[in-house]
Design a protein around this ligand. Sequence first.
Ligand code: NAP
Length: 497
Amino acid sequence: MSGTPPHPPRYVLTPAGKKLVTVIPGDGVGPEIVQATRRVLEAAHAPIEWRERRAGAEVFREGLASGVPASTVESIRETRVVLKGPLETPVGFGEKSANVTLRKLFETYANIRPVRELPGVKTPYTGRGIDLVIVRENVEDVYAGIEYRPTPGVAEALKLVTRKGCEKVVRLAFELARAEGRKKVHCATKSNILKFTEGLLKRTFEDVSKEYPDIQAQHIIIDNCAHQLVKAPEQFDVIVTTNMNGDIISDEGSALVGGLGFAPSANLGNDVSIFEAVHGSAPKYAGKNVINPTALLLTAVLLLRHLEEFDIATQVENAVVATLAEGKVATRDVVGDVIAASTSAFADAVIENLGKAPPADWKERRYRAMRLPQVTSAPGMVVARSRRTIGVDVFLESTLSAAALGGSVAPLAAGTPFKLHGISNRGTKVYPPSESMMDQVDHWQCRFLLSDPKAEAEEKALLDLVQRVSAKHRWCATQRLEEIDGEPNFTRPQAED
Ligand code: NAP
């Protein structure tokens, strides 16, 4: 791809042949599971040099609004790989989650959640052979966190989806499928309703899939995907999806194979990758040495594969699986409080089982290093062949009725190149009057389009129109309306013919 940056190394090797990893013990049960995991990796002779750094609750309480100190950021930049315990945002300190800050700071654009049936972990799906990976876009969508209250009673969030973001995550899903010898990638979207945003992921998927003829590519509507995951999860291999959809179906996925105690994850980026269990800091168990460390141990297996330590990864995975299958040492979430083993006892049992073969029904997968997709770093990734400004949407706050507002706003365009095309309320056309029985609020979208459909709107005329409208009504926002490559860059409201 033109403008593609060079492939950065995925990890840093020390002169002694070790691989650098920043480790953040985190909050609540974090230090216990991180300690258990480090002990297992050390016993497996994983060639890792740890750089321990802080982030989370304590850092917030010290007054740092991001919850992530500069020394931690610096270490992550240097090592490029992180093993992280869960982080809390204490109420009253900091507005933003330190987890989200870390994901965004380092553009870890893909969240990977393997969902695999584990021997010895009884669920209603036991025996069905669930073995899939959910690849969730990790930094865009409504998680861009751009929200407004245009009027006191109305709230909105910007659902931001980009071609660049879609390309990265879709390519990564196909590369992951190849690296793990998987045959099928589903793309799950709500493109039937959200044609531009969710539709962008679908269109990108359709384009990129042509470069991967060895992998079967299929689109699925997200609600059906959620339904199929419960009904027949074994049909899926890899699912790629937008951030919010992925947030929901990946938790659904964890529940299919035993829940939070067993759910690993990786946040992958081209410069930095952050490995963490799905679960949080489980504060009520903090310091009690009772939490299940399996989720973080399986996360460490993902980390080892990222470090290209495939044999050690398989050895640790086999030892975890063998320990679960034996069921002699199990934590309270699996066997209840009475006969439960501690976090550290479970880690000891895994260490004891290092080198053991997994149970016969555990199929060992062959892995190879995943190629991280390189997408251009230039901001303007998509260049249109043609563009033409054809109008403007002016969002207004008003307690007038639709008819009264229309009667007031329409004449304001007199003598300008524009005419009032229509007014919508909550996405439905209400002026000129429609059959809609939708209840209305004080937030209106007034659409002005050029009277001459072949003309091009001038900036001065656009601003003049907005000024005329704002002289009579309180405006909240404006949006330029264009044709891009001959297609409108806006959707039409419901009930518009
Ligand atoms: P949580 O910490 O995941 O815990 C919820 C419940 O899930 C626990 O009480 C426990 O259930 C079960 N659980 C979680 N981890 C387990 C494990 N390893 N083994 C066995 N059971 C486990 O969720 P939360 O209470 O909603 O969140 C607590 C804090 O963590 C919040 O501050 C939140 O913001 C933060 N958080 C951080 C991350 C992250 O760092 N990535 C992710 C999620 C949440 P039972 O009570 O039934 O035993």
